[in-house]
Design a protein around this ligand. Structure first.
Ligand SMILES: NC(=O)c1ccc[n+]([C@@H]2O[C@H](COP(=O)([O-])OP(=O)(O)OC[C@H]3O[C@@H](n4cnc5c(N)ncnc54)[C@H](O)[C@@H]3O)[C@@H](O)[C@H]2O)c1
Length: 321
């Protein structure tokens, strides 16, 4: 389906977006990227810059968006403020990038008869879980500006898809990690330990539960979900499918880095809008045919290699199931 087709990846210079660009290029797509480099970087695309059409532009700029959208068959809309704390500190940018930006994408998509769009939403759209694991039917009550603006865009695209002729998939992404991610928990913990392997201070109680999905699995899941875009659009959760506590993650990271005697302390306050349990029910997309293949142990090992913290000594591949 991707071979020879023109695909726009908004936010394609970011962490998930740039890995998705690699996946689409490998599948034979002609890839365009629109990104304002506020969170991503050109370095993330340095290896493929000659193989893509790069639009360094802002989602808030309708003319720039229109230029990037015109002539595409598909859009992966990944571009957004992707940070909960930033959505609290700079609500204007969060609203304008995440909601007005999506409006601009949708407006051009309708104008140019783009066939399909995948919207990268978030588990934060659910808010504080009423039950876990959270399935796609869970109530949607976000508890942060970020969760609210992402949900707003989901609903906007769904509403438009009802009156205009395009196919939509919404993916609610749970915690993703891996190469080119330069913040958030797995990266932060590894870098703190690289700086001082004798002690580690962890935000929160360490009892928060999360699902971690390795980015290659996420890319495969996003492409799989986009291939199933329909009208009316389907919503899929995508996560790694294994819930671990932050304490367990710390222990897995210490094993990855071969550390035994680190003094670990918990309890420094977490940020406003953080959620204690983020565990996703992925049976809907599993039943449709996608499953993650990379275990958390193997994913952390690959991340540590990318960060230069361990050597790629053995070709050790742990596969789930
Ligand atoms: N990584 C995760 O665990 C996770 C979890 C849930 C949802 N998501 C969603 O997945 C998508 C990608 O997230 P990520 O982790 O790769 O974050 P990221 O910050 O690395 O990528 C987002 C990209 O969007 C770009 N961008 C931001 N505002 C823009 C604007 N106004 N105009 C143009 N480009 C703009 C940034 O420069 C960046 O390259 C986001 O939509 C995010 O909400 C990610």
């Amino acid at each position: 389906m991707w071979k020879g087709s023109t695909v726009l990846v908004t936010g394609g210079a970011g962490f998930v977006g740039s890995n998705l660009v690699d996946g689409l290029l490998a599948a034979g797509a002609n890839v365009r990227v629109l990104d304002n480099l506020s969170g991503g970087s050109e370095e993330n695309l340095a290896h493929c810059v000659n193989d893509i059409e790069l639009h360094i532009a802002d989602l808030k700029d309708p003319a720039a968006v229109d230029k990037a959208v015109k002539g595409c068959q598909s859009i992966f809309h990944m571009g957004a403020n992707a940070s909960v704390p930033r959505s609290v500190d700079d609500r204007k940018n969060d609203f304008e990038s995440n909601v007005v930006g999506t409006y601009n994408i949708a407006d051009s998509l309708i104008k140019h008869n783009v066939e399909r769009i995948l919207y990268a939403s978030t588990a934060a759209a659910y808010g504080t879980p009423q039950y876990t694991p959270v399935d796609e039917k869970h109530p949607l009550d976000p508890v942060s500006p970020y969760g609210a603006t992402k949900l707003c865009s989901e609903r906007l695209l769904f509403g438009y898809s009802q009156v205009f002729d395009f196919d939509l998939t919404v993916v609610r992404i749970f915690n993703t990690y891996g190469p080119r991610q330069r913040h958030y928990v797995a990266y932060d913990l590894m870098m703190k330990l690289a700086k001082d392997p004798t002690k580690l201070e962890v935000l929160g109680s360490g009892k928060q539960l999360r699902d971690y999905c390795y980015v290659d699995d996420m890319v495969a899941g996003l492409m799989f979900a986009a291939e199933r875009a329909t009208n009316p659009g389907e919503v899929f959760n995508i996560s790694g499918g294994r819930t671990v506590s932050i304490r367990e993650l710390v222990s897995l990271i210490m094993d990855t880095l071969n550390l035994k005697d680190t003094e670990v302390t918990y309890g420094a306050p977490s940020w406003k809008g953080d959620i204690d349990i983020l565990s996703g029910d992925v049976s809907k997309i599993n039943d449709a045919g996608w499953k993650p293949t990379i275990s958390i142990e193997e994913g952390l090992r690959r991340l540590a290699i990318e960060l230069g913290l361990i050597e790629d000594s053995a070709e050790k591949r742990c596969v789930n199931g």
